[in-house]
Design a protein around this ligand. Structure first.
Ligand code: PLP
Length: 406
């Protein structure tokens, strides 16, 4: 008899975005004349930058000729892309990361989800609350948690990110081995300064813990005092892995390209306490289970670093940030507390009622789709997330409709 991985049965059955889609579908069926504005799911709306499209076309043409055709590429990614990343994203900011420490992948979702398989079964894991669900669910699937009770999985340490702590979780009061952090944050849009991030790095150093730092929204950082990478913090290379993505940076959500930085100095430990290089383990994992990102896609990602590419992604990010600014001011003017939107495409709004109730209010009365905060964790109850990924005209219209309800 073929048996199921019973840990999958612990996963809470309703999936947030499926629930949202169902409610929107029901509403649209009953109200076919309402034009719905979606400020819910965090997918980009602007097309790929022209520099990327040009590089993509050229690379496709190379694939059409026997002399330039490429088959399997290196599992860790082509050097041309890894070198550009090391130089532009790290060395240019004074961070000593080498191309060999960079692993190109088809998404930060897969990488943040897959990374946990390098760790022992009985580690103690801390996750922020609210949280990008992938960190939690992949550990549930791997059997590192108990059952889902009272909106939380038993066995995980939840780090509350609330209005009281300015959406920056406190260090865990108990000893943990693995910590997931995400800044600029999804869903809150909150950012972390160097001083606060240093506290996390020091905690990891003192406790022989590891930080998985998700910087998928790094490109939205405008404040010059904020770190773009955890590796800007002294000694972080010993205790952190960083995930980045071209999805939100350059509109690659459908094109798929991301990267993970695993410094060579970073170690984890055997049962006996002997250090093991994490870089070697991830290399072994990737070369066994992954066959690399398509050559044309990596060429398109490389074009992000050309002068034209840099200008074009900056224009796109500024476009979304202008939307975010409009959302922020409208919501604040309505007297609702909100955070995010200044260095992030997300605005986290305290709605002073149940998240789903507010979701239904915006949908029924304004035809606007948001994301209920409770879908990201217990601490998200009473909040909703609005995303700046839409046209400026639609955001203007959505804000006008929301103003009309209040
Ligand atoms: N990490 C966070 C925090 C995200 O919000 C997302 C996507 O929404 C991802 C990772 C996934 O990125 P990718 O498209 O590279 O898989």
């Amino acid at each position: 008899m073929i048996k199921v991985n019973s840990h999958y049965l612990k996963l809470k059955s309703s999936y947030l975005f499926a629930d949202i889609a169902r409610r929107v579908r029901d509403f649209q069926e009953k109200n076919p004349n309402v034009s719905i504005i979606r400020l819910g799911i965090g997918d980009v709306t602007l097309p790929l930058p022209p520099a990327c499209i040009k590089a993509l076309h050229q690379a496709v043409d190379e694939m059409a000729s026997a002399s330039t055709f490429r088959g399997y590429g290196p599992e860790q990614g082509y050097d041309f892309l890894r070198e550009k990343i090391a130089q532009h994203d790290y060395q240019a900011r004074g961070v000593d990361i080498s191309p060999e420490e960079i692993f190109i992948s088809d998404g930060a979702k897969c990488d943040t989800g897959n990374f946990q398989e390098l760790f022992a079964q009985d580690i103690k894991i801390a996750v922020p609350d609210p949280v990008y669900p992938v960190y939690v669910d992949t550990n549930v699937m791997a059997g590192r948690t108990g059952e889902f009770k009272d909106e939380r999985y038993e066995g995980l340490v939840y780090l509350a990110s609330t209005k009281e702590n300015n959406y920056l979780p406190e260090l865990p009061s108990q000893k943990v081995d693995l910590i997931y952090l995400c800044f600029p944050n999804n869903p809150t849009g909150a950012t972390i300064g160097k001083e606060e991030l240093t506290r996390w790095v020091n905690y990891a150093l003192e406790n022989k813990a590891l930080i998985l730092f998700d910087a998928a929204y790094e490109a939205f950082i405008q404040d010059e005092n904020l770190p773009h990478s955890i590796f800007e913090i002294p000694q972080a290379k010993k205790v952190a892995v960083e995930f980045r993505s071209f999805s939100k940076t350059a509109g690659f959500t459908g094109t798929r390209c991301a990267f993970t930085v695993v410094p060579k100095e970073c170690v984890i430990y055997t049962e006996q306490g002997n250090p093991i290089e994490l870089h070697k383990l991830w290399l072994r994992r990737q070369t066994t289970k992954f066959n690399g990102v398509a050559y044309p896609i990596q060429r398109a990602a490389e074009a992000v670093y050309s002068p034209e590419g840099q200008q074009e992604i900056k224009n796109n990010i500024n476009y979304y940030l202008k939307n975010a600014q409009l959302i922020r001011t409208t919501i604040s003017d309505l007297g609702l507390h909100c955070v995010g939107g200044e260095n992030s495409p997300y605005i986290w709004i305290e709605c002073k009622r149940d998240s789903w109730e507010f979701f239904d209010l915006l949908l029924q009365k304004a035809g606007v789709v948001c994301t209920p905060g409770v879908g990201f964790g217990k601490c998200g109850q009473g909040y909703v997330r609005l995303s700046a990924f839409n046209s400026y005209e639609n955001v203007q219209e959505a804000m006008q409709r929301i103003k009309n309800i209040f």
